[in-house]
Design a protein around this ligand. Structure first.
Ligand SMILES: [Zn+2]
Length: 247
């Protein structure tokens, strides 16, 4: 089972195994308590960060401490914890440029030390999950995804469901980003869960090229039974998050 919680524009996922679950990504720091409240009784064994951008790691130290769980991320993004602008970000669209400016102004998050450095192919069975790490560099050098035995793909910001394109609007390395995007799209994933925007559910491998996709052609929201409950949960959490942030 997969649960999605959205805070602001950030998605956090709980990926459940038989006994344990892992939390994939956190959200901006101001949602720390709201996030903790919705995940605290879920038997979470690991906090896995898809990359080092502040909107995904903002509550990492707090959540890991409160739940007494290890934090895992790729070593390449370790530097971004203390220095969010350590490497330049590029954008190829006006929206990407705007997001880029926003990221540059973000404050450094409370420092935390990852317990595990993730590498491509690493398995997650010891945390109760039938899955493995898939390197998806480009958005950041240390971007990683989680590929599960059920053919779910958690891809962080290596794909973004914002507007009419799924391509990341900003990246450290464009050609790596494009390759990672192709790897995701050309996989036989039946569900793609992103750091921003709604998931994409697919019944079969697409036959059209990924770089000209539109939402209309790529989502099959009404054919997935899980979608309604996910959407409800997202709405519910958005309200909670809003209440939390206005206190
Ligand atoms: Zn990002």
């Amino acid at each position: 089972m997969v649960e999605c919680f959205t805070f602001g524009i950030n998605n956090c996922y709980i990926l459940h195994g038989e006994k344990y679950a892992i939390l994939i990504d956190t959200c901006p720091q101001q949602y720390s308590n709201a996030l903790l409240n919705v995940i605290k009784n879920k038997n979470i064994s690991l906090l896995l960060l898809t990359h080092g951008h502040t909107d995904h790691i903002g509550c990492a130290g707090y959540i890991a401490k409160r739940l007494s769980i290890p934090i895992a991320m790729a070593q390449e993004d370790h530097i971004l914890i203390e220095r969010p602008n350590a490497r330049p970000l590029f954008a190829s669209t006006p929206l990407g440029f705007l997001i880029c400016q926003g990221i540059k102004k973000q404050k450094t998050v409370p420092f935390f030390q990852p317990d595990i450095f993730l590498t491509h192919g690493q398995r997650l069975e010891e945390f109760g999950i039938q899955g493995r790490i898939f390197a998806l560099p480009g958005h950041t050098a240390g971007s990683v995804g989680v590929w599960t035995a059920r053919k779910e793909f958690f891809v962080g910001d290596a794909m973004m469901h914002i507007g009419f394109s799924l391509k990341p609007r900003l990246y450290e390395n464009k050609s790596n980003m494009e390759q990672s995007f192709r790897n995701i799209w050309q996989s036989d994933a039946t569900a793609i869960y992103m750091g921003h925007g709604t998931p994409v559910f697919r019944q079969a491998r697409p036959i059209f090229k990924p770089n000209i996709v539109t939402i209309k052609n790529t989502t099959y929201l009404d054919c997935c039974k899980d979608m309604q409950s996910i959407t409800k949960k997202i709405k519910h959490t958005k309200e909670e998050a809003h209440c939390e942030s206005t206190k």
